[in-house]
Design a protein around this ligand. Structure first.
Ligand SMILES: CC(C)(COP(=O)(O)OP(=O)(O)OC[C@H]1O[C@@H](n2cnc3c(N)ncnc32)[C@H](O)[C@@H]1OP(=O)(O)O)[C@@H](O)C(=O)NCCC(=O)NCCS
Length: 215
């Protein structure tokens, strides 16, 4: 019997959207989230932090079929957890103006990257990636090299967040004969200029749900 890939929903919000302009009162966050927020000073980063928790609460509500209050999202050692729904696991990512979150029954890691960011794909991959991956990038033309770079980079970060890789930089190659074939499940898509990638224990498919686009 073939197992169907897990359908993962990733919620997205642009921090410049009207929807993102109406942030919940800080008092609605859990005490631990308020404590973490107090340590963040840059206004953009504070907004991203709150939006990340708002997306997690909405994604948890979709999974549970009932409201999930912000106050029940508490800060774990590395990332937020669901105090009153321990069966759920969430992952957050921010890049540029976009904030994204996914909530699932298994631990999936999420990473997003704004691919308009100026990055020297060849130099960075030579430093950060396995030699096979760096060569796969170096042998492509500039546009394809950038695509390969952001795909591998988000895969490495998402796998790290899923607890499936020890490091983002270095370690094993994700390629076998130029195919991306790691021992874990993954899915990746573009959303405008953003690369959105999830990694987890099972084969998966992505559904993107953008709840706040800029005017
Ligand atoms: C943790 C890390 C993956 C975050 O990625 P990033 O691109 O900087 O940031 P993102 O916006 O995508 O993700 C941030 C979110 O990830 C979550 N997060 C942080 N550390 C995490 C971890 N270890 N596992 C899972 N999720 C984590 C948090 O929820 C955070 O959001 P928050 O601050 O609002 O709570 C990255 O900074 C990192 O440390 N990478 C490891 C570096 C590495 O391997 N170096 C080489 C060693 S040789």
């Amino acid at each position: 019997m073939t197992t169907l890939p897990a359908a993962l929903t990733v919620l997205l919000i642009d921090s410049r959207s009207d929807r993102a302009a109406h942030l919940p009162d800080i008092a609605q966050l859990s005490e631990s989230s308020q404590t973490r927020l107090a340590q963040i000073h840059a206004p953009v980063r504070r907004k991203q932090f709150i939006l990340g928790r708002v997306l997690l609460a909405q994604a948890a509500a979709r999974q549970l079929g009932r409201d999930y209050p912000l106050v029940d999202i508490v800060e774990g050692a590395l990332y937020p957890v669901f105090a009153t729904a321990p069966e759920l696991q969430g992952s957050i990512s921010h890049s540029g103006d976009l904030v994204a979150a996914t909530v699932n029954a298994d631990r999936y890691g999420l990473d997003i990257e704004n691919c308009t960011r100026k990055r020297d794909a060849i130099a960075l991959s030579a430093h950060a990636f396995h030699a096979d991956e760096a060569q796969w990038i170096a042998q492509a033309d500039a546009i394809e090299a950038k695509r390969r770079f952001f795909l591998l980079w988000t895969l490495r970060e998402a796998a790290f967040k899923a607890g499936l890789r020890e490091h983002v930089v270095g370690g094993d190659s994700l390629l076998t004969n130029e195919d991306i074939s790691p021992a874990w499940g993954w899915a990746s898509a573009m959303h405008g200029s953003y690369r959105i990638t999830v990694v987890g224990p099972q084969p998966c498919e992505l559904a993107l749900l953008d709840i706040g686009v800029p005017p």
